[in-house]
Design a protein around this ligand. Structure first.
Ligand SMILES: C[S@@+](CC[C@H](N)C(=O)[O-])C[C@H]1O[C@@H](n2cnc3c(N)ncnc32)[C@H](O)[C@@H]1O
Length: 248
């Protein structure tokens, strides 16, 4: 199922590259699972929204030979350009600085697929966001999102062991259940939701991020915090949620 990712990280240098560029659960593995539910063809134009350091972009370009606009808020495009050059995908991957909450700097109906891994929950929880993105995808194209989520809504009843990690309003706002996202997306008229599911790679993708802990890694502090959080969570509450909608 994850032949690309398994092969990629079986090489020591690639594994080091992946670990240095993981900003959360292994984005390459998550991208590979989500891609199984999409008909991705050569030379399609894909927006990788919230691409971070571009592990999902690398996967899309290498596996499918598509053209990817690698758009992100926190990672400067020059950094991604240098990284894409270092792995030889800069002819197919265009790094762009984008804040999805401010409107996308692209033509309408430009993309075959809007693809997003571990990013949409930061900005997609309002009723306005999905309708603001739909015009940029061709009719008949797809919006495919995977995000960390909860097996059920905590609401006011945050489990005791999770309370230390639920100390910021940002966490409660962004980490939501599949039912929350289903309700939000099912209101939208410009799309037909074709798939909502919990992803199979959740534990593996988290383990691959956290097991790679090394004090020298760019996101070492986040990993250290993630290790404590996942130990407390113990497989009881978290999932990864995949949402795929066809633009109609
Ligand atoms: C946890 S990181 C994940 C990055 C990458 N997708 C991955 O999985 O490794 C979340 C990403 O969401 C992006 N992001 C957050 N808010 C955003 C916004 N308003 N517009 C675009 N990207 C955003 C950040 O720039 C960041 O790279």
């Amino acid at each position: 199922m994850y032949t690309f990712t398994n092969r990629f990280i079986s090489n020591e240098e690639n594994l080091k590259f992946a670990q240095e560029n993981m900003m959360g659960p292994n984005a390459m593995r998550i991208a590979e699972e989500m891609a199984l539910y999409l008909d991705i063809r050569d030379n399609m134009r894909i927006l990788d929204l919230g691409c971070g350091a571009g592990l999902s972009t690398l996967f899309l370009v290498e596996k499918y030979s598509v053209n990817v606009f690698a758009a992100d808020l926190w990672i400067p495009p020059t950094e991604n350009y240098e990284r894409f050059q270092s792995v030889g995908i800069d002819d197919k991957a265009v790094p762009v600085s984008v804040d999805a909450t401010k409107g996308l700097p692209f033509a309408h109906e430009y993309f075959d697929i809007l693809f997003s891994v571990d990013s949409y929950h930061y900005f997609g929880d309002t009723p306005e966001m999905l309708p603001s993105l739909i015009p940029f995808v061709k009719k008949g194209g797809y919006i495919a999102i995977s995000i960390p989520g909860l097996k059920y809504e905590f609401g006011e009843n945050v489990p005791d062991e999770m309370k230390p990690f639920w100390n910021e309003p940002e966490v409660a706002r962004t980490i939501r259940s599949l039912d929350f996202w289903r309700e939000l997306w099912s209101r939208e008229k410009g799309i037909e939701v074709v798939d909502i599911r919990e992803m199979l790679c959740c534990k593996q993708a988290w383990d691959e991020w956290l097991d790679g802990y090394h004090p020298g890694l760019p996101y070492a502090n986040e990993i250290a915090e993630g290790i404590k959080m996942m130990e407390a969570e113990g497989g009881k509450y978290f999932n990864l949620i995949q949402l795929i909608a066809k633009v109609i």
